[in-house]
Design a protein around this ligand. Structure first.
Ligand SMILES: Cc1cc2nc3c(=O)[nH]c(=O)nc-3n(C[C@H](O)[C@H](O)[C@H](O)COP(=O)(O)OP(=O)(O)OC[C@H]3O[C@@H](n4cnc5c(N)ncnc54)[C@H](O)[C@@H]3O)c2cc1C
Length: 383
């Protein structure tokens, strides 16, 4: 067993951390959060450093990295802002999904465009009546000659409204078939006529924004169907594994940042003539927070390692996602307590973590759904 990074992985982590320290300053993060603006400057830095290329094979213009490199990057981006990770991670896991499930022509066409920064990608599964029960989606795509025509409504598509975005849209291609058999994946430019979008006002993760999308006779060329017709459910499940391991790495980075900030505060803040960190009540909170972050990280690394080896990673990923998201929520909650009234002030970063963390037990599969999945894999039937 070896818990060490290779020299290359260590260098990757350091260079991403340096870049983030330089560009994602506290002022920059605050501006994107308060004004709800997309971090274009940061995204340009991702491109300049080759981070988009990193996890893709060289034959498609990538740098031949692995899932492990992807999660190293994700954890570092998450240290500054879980929302910023979304800008990078959503593009990469959707791109990898096309790499794993698209036709050869699609890989050659879409992957270079994505990793060179010509386009971005978002994912759209959820609908008003199909959240945890994603298979209940009703948005439909109908074949008409050389085109697909899409009608329906999606909700919570993060980053869908940003310029040059291609929506990875899951839609029904057979309304009568059970969902495992009647869903397909499409690539839809967000400016296609017939699309209307509304950015939703949210408590946290305000930079990328999450969108409601209406499709009214949206016509797209036939070759925008990824892979094969009716195979979308399988593509979605394999894509979700990558998404969840990446998001968990981001939770670890964000939760570590919470612990670091709370620890620093506990050392500096004096009450009753002593640093508050010397009160056992506060010191134990910090010890618990760090222990949970470390446990999340180990679960995440194991899940990423299994995925990178092509082994069955479903249980490990679900456990990592469940534990990591709940650890981030708990850490941010305790971080607020440790900072007393100052945690509640917008000038300090803790309140943003508190807001950003809160949704991590909902997105990418709720905690309840992760527990259902884990219990199911343990042989228990849950409802
Ligand atoms: C900020 C944000 C960003 C998002 N980004 C995206 C995105 O980019 N693309 C996308 O497609 N979606 C996205 N989502 C949607 C997200 O994946 C859904 O919100 C999530 O799947 C839950 O669906 P729901 O909100 O409809 O809740 P519901 O499914 O209605 O669940 C409500 C509650 O019931 C519980 N519940 C439901 N079914 C069960 C069950 N069988 N057993 C036990 N408990 C259950 C849930 O755990 C939850 O607590 C985003 C959501 C948010 C808030």
């Amino acid at each position: 067993m070896d818990f060490e990074f290779t020299e290359e992985q260590r260098l990757l982590r350091e260079s991403v951390r340096d870049m983030m320290d330089r560009i994602a300053t506290p002022e920059y993060i605050r501006k994107c959060d308060v004004e709800g603006c997309y971090p274009f400057e940061l995204y340009d830095a991702f491109l300049e450093m080759g981070l988009l290329q990193m996890p893709f094979p060289q034959e498609y213009g990538g740098l031949g990295g692995s899932v492990i490199d992807f999660v190293i990057i994700a954890e570092e981006l998450g240290r500054k802002s879980y929302d910023f990770l979304g800008a990078y991670g959503t593009c990469v896991f959707n791109g990898l999904n096309i790499l794993h499930n698209g036709t050869e022509a699609q890989k050659k066409y879409w992957v270079p465009k994505l990793i060179n920064g010509e386009i971005r990608m978002s994912i759209s599964m959820t609908e008003p009546n199909a959240g945890s029960d994603a298979g209940a989606m009703r948005t439909a795509a109908k074949r008409e000659g050389d085109f697909w025509v899409i009608n329906g409504q999606k909700v919570f598509s993060t980053g869908a409204g940003v310029k040059n975005n291609v929506i990875n849209l899951y839609a029904r291609t057979d309304l009568a078939a059970p969902y495992q058999k009647g869903i397909s994946l499409f690539l839809v430019d967000n400016t296609t006529p017939g699309i209307k979008m509304r950015k939703l006002d949210t408590l946290g993760r305000r930079a990328l924004g999450t969108y409601e999308i209406f499709f009214d006779n949206v016509k797209i060329p036939a070759d925008r169907l990824v892979g094969e017709t009716h195979k979308g459910w399988g593509y979605m499940l394999s894509g979700l594994q990558l998404e969840r391991v990446m998001t968990t790495a981001g939770y670890c980075g964000s939760a570590q940042s919470v612990v670091d900030q709370a620890l620093e505060y506990a050392k500096q803040r004096h009450q009753f003539g002593k640093p508050i960190g010397t009160f056992q009540a506060i010191a134990h909170m910090l010890a618990d927070m760090q222990t949970e972050v470390e446990a999340s990280r180990l679960l995440m690394w194991r899940a990423a390692w299994l995925l990178s080896k092509g082994q069955d990673a479903l249980m490990a990923i679900s456990m990592a996602k469940l534990f990591g998201s709940e650890a981030y929520v708990k850490a941010a909650n305790l971080g607020m307590q440790i900072m007393g009234g100052y945690g509640y002030i917008m000038e300090f970063d803790m309140q943003r973590h508190f807001r950003d963390a809160r949704v991590t037990t909902v997105t990418a599969g709720t905690s309840q759904m992760q527990r259902n999945l884990i219990a199911g894999l343990m042989g228990l039937k849950t409802k």
